[in-house]
Design a protein around this ligand. Structure first.
Ligand SMILES: Cc1ncc(COP(=O)(O)O)c(C=O)c1O
Length: 440
């Protein structure tokens, strides 16, 4: 533990430049310098499978990979080949391309409850489309979101409800109201407080906590009773909980759902899928007022759609989801054996499904601790593991998981010392901070 921190000269230099040139030092807050220890590798050069190399040449086993977008692995050969085949034929035309229809057919052959799908580039836009459709369909403004789910969209209707609402008008903020997960009474209470005002209910089917029996069916029934659109955010759960999304696991069918992340193995492709009656409002084959639904210059880039089709083919032909669960289970079991052996089970542990492991770090009083999270990240990075969570990909082999467990064991030993001696002497960085916060 007391060996000197490796040199990360190029990483530091580029990270410094990034913060001068780009607000937040990158294009996604969750990847930012305040989310990781400050003396550790900051900038990535390339990746292959579940391994990445930083700009100083250090190799790391990576977890999460593109915020869970790269489900198959970095530079996954069949996806790269599909993109390469597409590129020489052009990427964007004046009329829709054949591949738009093919990708829609492929997607709807998997997400079978949906009648129609519209592709876009990110999950936020897909959910924004769901909000606009819901508001138009119901003639209402208010949106009810699950307050226990941390992220839905970069748009004002959601960001205005977070701890970082700067720049968002009060009127917009007031239109988004929150209910608690696994608590039907809290949703019922919102419907009672805002009768006839709630356009849609937006939530993930599950996150770290499983739904209690009949909870999701109860949400759906309340939505029906109040004429409210039921929207599931399948950005994380889609193609991970189950090939067809969390709704297949829990047997509940939403009116609209947003997919992204795993859809195209890291290429920019997301989808709003749903019932025809709602989705068709974004078209022109109806007599109602039309809704401007998801129409962007880059919405149908051919290579992103090709990546989507290739990725979905792999999901259909290979046991991807099964492997995500199996590798996650191997990691969970190994981690829990080690925390138990070291008497740390109440301080470090994993939550959520095996295919989506997140970890907690608690102090001696069993309270969540950012300094201890930073120390754990620091020690994982020292051992060559880059893991803001332990979300596995199809490319994580048994050897990768076992190597990670060795590193986890070393990190836990340091963690145990920190619980006894205090984290200060062992932590070689300022603590990480929550991404949503009002001030620096
Ligand atoms: C559950 C969930 N919904 C929506 C989004 C927004 O997706 P995007 O970043 O592609 O706009 C995210 C992003 O992390 C997410 O985790």
């Amino acid at each position: 533990m007391n060996e000197p921190i490796q040199r990360f000269d190029e990483s530091r230099k580029l990270s410094e430049r990034a913060q001068t040139l780009i607000p937040g030092g990158g294009h996604t807050y969750a990847k930012g310098p305040d989310q990781f220890p400050d003396h550790m590798p900051g900038i990535i050069e390339r990746g292959h499978g579940c391994h990445v190399w930083d700009v100083d040449g250090k190799e790391l086993i990576e977890y999460g990979m593109g915020l869970r977008a790269v489900t198959l692995g970095h530079a996954f050969a069949p996806v790269v080949a599909a993109v390469q085949r597409t590129l020489p034929s052009g990427t964007n035309f004046t009329r829709p391309a054949r591949i738009e229809v093919e990708c829609a057919e492929k997607f709807l052959s998997i997400v079978q409850w949906a009648d129609m799908v519209k592709f876009c580039k990110d999950g936020s836009s897909a959910l924004d489309g769901a909000v606009r459709l819901s508001r138009a369909y119901t003639g209402r403004d208010r949106i009810a979101i699950c307050g226990d789910h941390p992220f839905f969209s970069t748009s004002d209707w959601f960001i205005g409800s977070t701890d970082m609402p700067g720049g968002i008008p009060q009127w917009v903020r007031s239109q988004t109201v929150k209910f608690r997960y696994n608590n039907l009474a809290s949703l019922r209470e919102l419907f009672a407080r805002y009768p006839g005002e709630i356009a849609c209910v937006i939530m993930e089917a599950a996150r770290t906590e499983e739904p209690t029996e009949n909870y999701l069916a109860g949400v759906q029934a309340l939505c029906r009773e109040h004429g409210t659109v039921f929207v599931l955010d399948e950005m994380i759960t889609g193609f991970r909980w189950h090939l067809g999304g969390a709704q297949r696991v829990y047997g509940v069918t939403p009116d609209l759902a947003a997919f992204g992340k795993a859809l195209a193995n890291g290429f920019s492709l997301s989808a709003l899928a749903g019932r025809r009656e709602l989705m068709e409002l974004g078209g022109s084959r109806h007599t109602r007022e039309r809704v401007f639904l998801l129409s962007t210059t880059h919405g149908a880039e051919s290579h992103a759609l090709a990546a989507g089709i290739a990725t979905m083919n792999v999901y259909q032909q290979e046991p991807v989801v099964e492997r995500l669960y199996a590798q996650g289970k191997r990691l969970r079991t190994g981690l829990e054996q080690r925390t138990q052996a070291l008497g740390l089970s109440e301080h470090v542990g994993v939550v959520s499904r095996d295919c989506n492991l997140l970890y907690f770090t608690r102090d001696a009083e069993r309270q969540p601790s950012q300094p201890l999270r930073t120390l754990f990240l620091q020690e994982l990075l020292r051992g060559g593991v880059l893991a803001p969570g332990f979300v596995v990909s199809y490319s994580h082999t048994d050897a990768d998981i076992d190597r990670t467990l060795d590193v986890i064991e070393q990190a836990l030993r340091v963690y145990k010392r920190a619980l006894g001696e205090g984290v200060g002497a062992l932590l070689q960085s300022r603590p990480v901070k929550p991404a949503f916060r009002k001030f620096g």
